[in-house]
Design a protein around this ligand. Structure first.
Ligand code: NAD
Length: 352
């Protein structure tokens, strides 16, 4: 058996349909009296509802969260938090909203209660990101790890089917890369396998019955586990490529994860026999790379970088950028191999 070190980090998790109603109790447990409720503009109504639920314990709402946490938005939100004397941040929404809460917490140290409405997984990690002049800077800091996470599947019933599938594949990517992470350990492996199993079963069902609360619960359960892996194991090629394509080519987050995952796994396949076996077991398929591709394509999600708007001429530049800042990956990064990977992903070819 391999040697390992394991320090599993996680906030308190409250899971279940209707669990949003537990928010006042959770706020009390943190001894917080002035919560700032954060959301995207599209979820301003929900933020208002949450604020009402908290009564005098809510000090205000800020509904300006945006993808990749632009520095200007973070500054505005930090000012609002300071002005309102916020002693707790409630992030209700997807990764963009949680990311904004993290940007404030990084500055103020205020605890975060995250109420995720997508499967992105940011609520389980101490990873933050801020974007300035098209450059995304990320880092890890325990101050930004949400202290409490409320998973209420009822809030995910409205997540559009295609976004549910791409967001689910975003989560599965955390687990897949977690299985071959350099710092993986027996616990992260167990969690990753179970997360993959839950989402592999839930996503096709969401496609047929998006408002089925049992199916949504299974998907959110999987997202929790996959997010836990992201927070506790290092990521490799897949996440680096998605970060690059999002940051330098402005491609959309979860859609890019959905397109790249099959190709990143196919690239790494010769170097990860054990992880492939675990993925195969979880997915119920002998060919994990093709299984991820089929999961996207047969459920209406995008499966090519071309469809996401990447120009063909950018394939070379992306391949060059991907091998310049070298990072650990189970299979060494070879420019030609990465170029072929990106070409296949651009064309939307099914890996085999
Ligand atoms: P998102 O938060 O940007 O949400 C996408 C869109 O879906 C938004 O318009 C949002 O209002 C809407 N939406 C969210 N939940 C909904 C629901 N239940 N019903 C209807 N609409 C809903 O997307 P995301 O994919 O969750 O997050 C992406 C961002 O999170 C990226 O910036 C990414 O870098 C970051 N992220 C960070 C981490 C981390 O650990 N730091 C992990 C994963 C993602």
């Amino acid at each position: 058996m391999k040697s390992f070190v394991c320090t599993l980090q996680s906030g308190r998790v409250v899971f279940g349909a209707g669990s949003l109603a537990q928010l006042p109790r959770e706020l009390e447990l943190l001894s917080a009296h002035h919560a700032l409720v954060l959301s995207t503009p599209g979820h301003a109504d929900l933020a208002g509802r949450v604020s009402k639920l908290l009564g005098a314990r809510a000090s205000g709402t800020f509904s300006g969260a945006a993808m990749h946490v632009p520095v200007a938005v973070a500054r505005e939100a930090r000012e609002a938090a300071a002005r309102l004397g916020a002693d707790c941040l409630i992030a209700i929404g997807g990764g963009s909203t949680t990311g904004l809460a993290k940007a404030i917490a990084l500055d103020s140290g205020s605890p975060i209660i995250a109420v995720p409405t997508t499967y992105a997984g940011s609520e389980m990690t101490p990873i933050f990101g801020l974007t300035e002049a098209g450059e995304k800077r990320t880092g890890r800091d325990l101050r930004v790890l949400p202290r409490t996470v409320i998973y209420d599947p009822e809030l995910t019933l409205t997540l559009p089917v295609v976004l549910s599938v791409t967001s689910g594949l975003n989560a599965m990517a955390h687990a897949a890369e977690g299985l071959y992470a350099r710092d993986a350990n027996p616990l992260t492996a167990l969690i990753a396998e179970e997360g993959l199993r839950a989402l592999a079963s839930a996503l096709p069902s969401i496609h047929h019955a998006p408002r089925d609360i049992e199916v949504r619960s299974l998907a959110l359960h999987g997202a929790w586990l996959c997010g836990m892996v992201l927070g506790n194991a290092g990521m490799a090629l897949h996440h680096k490529l998605c970060h690059l394509l999002g940051g330098s080519f402005n491609l959309p987050h979860s859609e890019t994860h959905a397109v790249i995952l099959p190709h990143a796994i196919a690239y790494n396949a010769p170097s990860i026999p054990d992880a492939l076996e675990q993925m195969a077991r979880a997915l119920g398929r002998s060919d994990p790379a093709a299984a991820f591709y089929d999961l996207a394509r047969t459920h209406g999600a995008p499966y090519s970088l071309r469809a996401l708007g990447l120009a063909e001429a950018d394939i070379d530049r992306a391949a060059g950028l991907a091998v310049t800042n070298a990072y650990w990956n189970p299979r060494p990064l070879e420019r030609d191999g990465i170029r072929t990977l990106l070409r296949n992903a651009w064309d939307g070819t099914r890996p085999h």
